[in-house]
Design a protein around this ligand. Structure first.
Ligand code: NAG
Ligand code: NAG
Ligand code: NAG
Ligand code: NAG
Ligand code: NAG
Ligand code: NAG
Ligand code: CU
Length: 404
């Protein structure tokens, strides 16, 4: 089947009719994804098609082929068995003991916490910096490998196609609250209630920077524990880190703070005002990596996290919300599509400082801002210390995947 036809099939447009033959073994169940959400507009489709052509046309030298390449799909296009198996594998990692040295983070209890620990540790280096995209690409791939190799998950990392559901995210199978096939819904209302409506913000201090940096965060419509879906009993122990007050006793949230998973959906982001196909297409039309990353950081990345709110919006420990990984798979997908418009010039493009907005870190306040390069080493904790350039291709260095 030609690639473009195959992609259309995955997109759900083609129903396959199996002939009924009495003696034949039962046919494998065919799955036709429901046609939900806002269809991909042609402007986006053109960019995605070019990405597919460029990536598939570039294969063949490192054991990654048209046949072996993994397809990362929209959560809404998976079948229920795959969705259930993904959630099962997340619970499986949550039930395995952490490998992180207890002296570094006494609150790291399970394998998911290993990922949260290093994300906290690196937050001021890997956001609003040149490392955002390659660091998270490797991080997500390491999580995918853990789900598959340690917990027997058979498929690949799915993504939250937020543009498709920008009219109403609760219509996405990510957020519909189903007990076994979603990530659950909103958090319960805050108790006790706080002053101000959902759009009013409070300021959270980001620790570790040489200057005081207060991040405005909308209160949102929830704030309490998630009450639907498979993660209602998830116990968090690392974080929160960004807080409304300075917490010198537990600066990075490494000490155990046992609690539920909290969310606070923000309706300001659900009304179609952002995370739309138009905004995605506009970001993808960036001519250089500086402009592209800026669009991702300021619009897509920030508003995706702010939509979820609660633990998923803490810049240091958003990984506490299992939805982090489908959120960031979408970011990774947009980057892959952008790179795929011109692999030659864009695969290894990097732009940005070596720290959050170039602000010095508090343990090195005298180090002036400098620019990230692809030869810099990135700290991934248990995941090693790769060069930034090693986090950039999707079909080399052991990785072999494409977003469909
Ligand atoms: C993979 O498929 C693409 C598009 O159909 C084609 O151009 C390319 O030559 C194929 N590569 C391999 C290694 O088969
Ligand atoms: C990150 O971890 C290293 C140890 O691997 C430690 O020296 C450093 O202080 C940590 N930084 C933060 C911000 O937690
Ligand atoms: C959750 O999804 C499963 C699989 O599609 C379905 O059988 C079940 O009825 C759903 N549950 C609810 C409460 O909608
Ligand atoms: C959470 O725990 C309660 C009490 O053990 C149990 O009844 C419920 O089914 C659990 N929910 C999930 C989603 O595991
Ligand atoms: C998102 O797109 C809408 C129109 O589609 C536009 O009005 C808005 O300015 C965009 N938002 C940003 C932050 O670019
Ligand atoms: C890089 O750091 C400098 C100095 O702090 C700052 O002026 C600039 O805005 C930063 N660039 C980006 C893209 O964050
Ligand atoms: Cu991050």
């Amino acid at each position: 089947m030609h690639w473009a036809q195959w992609a259309t099939f995955v997109g759900g447009a083609v129903a396959v009719v199996m002939p009924a033959v009495a003696a034949a073994p039962p046919p494998k169940p065919q799955y036709t994804p429901p046609l939900s959400g806002i269809p991909m507009p042609v402007e986006f489709q053109v960019l995605q098609d070019r990405y597919h052509e460029q990536i598939l046309g570039s294969l063949g030298t490192q054991g990654c082929t048209n046949d072996s390449i993994a397809k990362r799909r929209s959560w809404d296009d998976l079948d229920d068995e795959t969705r259930k198996d993904y959630i099962r594998a997340v619970h499986c990692l949550a039930s395995k003991p952490a490998l992180t040295d207890k002296s570094l983070a006494p609150g790291a209890v399970n394998r998911l916490d290993d990922f949260t620990y290093i994300h906290i540790n690196q937050t001021n280096i890997i956001h609003q910096s040149g490392y955002l995209l390659p660091w998270h690409r490797l991080f997500m791939w390491q999580l995918e490998e853990a789900l598959r190799n340690e917990c027997g998950y058979k498929d690949y990392l799915p993504y939250w196609d937020n543009a498709r559901f920008s009219a109403d995210q609760s219509k996405s199978r990510v957020w519909d609250g189903n007990a076994t096939t979603s990530f659950g819904g909103n958090g319960a209302p805050r108790t006790p209630p706080v002053e101000g409506g959902p759009d009013s913000t409070r300021l959270l201090l980001l620790p570790g920077l040489a200057v005081e940096f207060w991040l405005p965060m909308p209160l949102g419509t929830g704030g309490g524990c998630v009450t639907t879906g498979p993660f209602t009993n998830l116990t968090l122990t690392l974080g929160p880190v960004a807080k409304p007050v300075r917490d010198t006793a537990n600066k990075y949230g490494y000490l155990p703070t046992r609690r539920c998973l909290a969310r606070s959906f923000d309706p300001g982001y659900t009304g179609g005002a952002s995370l739309t196909w138009a905004n995605a297409t506009s970001i993808l039309s960036s001519g250089d990596i500086g402009q592209f990353r800026d669009g991702i950081e300021r619009l897509w990345h920030r508003q995706s996290h702010t939509f979820i709110g609660g633990d998923g919006a803490d810049p240091f420990s958003p990984t506490n919300d299992p939805a982090f990984y489908v959120l960031h798979a979408q970011i990774d997908r947009l980057w892959a599509i952008w790179q795929g418009q011109d692999l030659q010039t864009r695969t290894y493009a990097i732009a940005g400082n070596r720290t959050f907005f170039g602000i010095p870190l508090d343990y090195a306040p005298d180090v002036p801002p400098s620019l990230a390069t692809i030869e810099d080493r990135m700290e991934m904790g248990l995941g090693g210390r790769p060069l930034a350039r090693e986090g950039m291709p999707t079909t080399e260095l052991g990785r072999c995947y494409i977003y469909v």
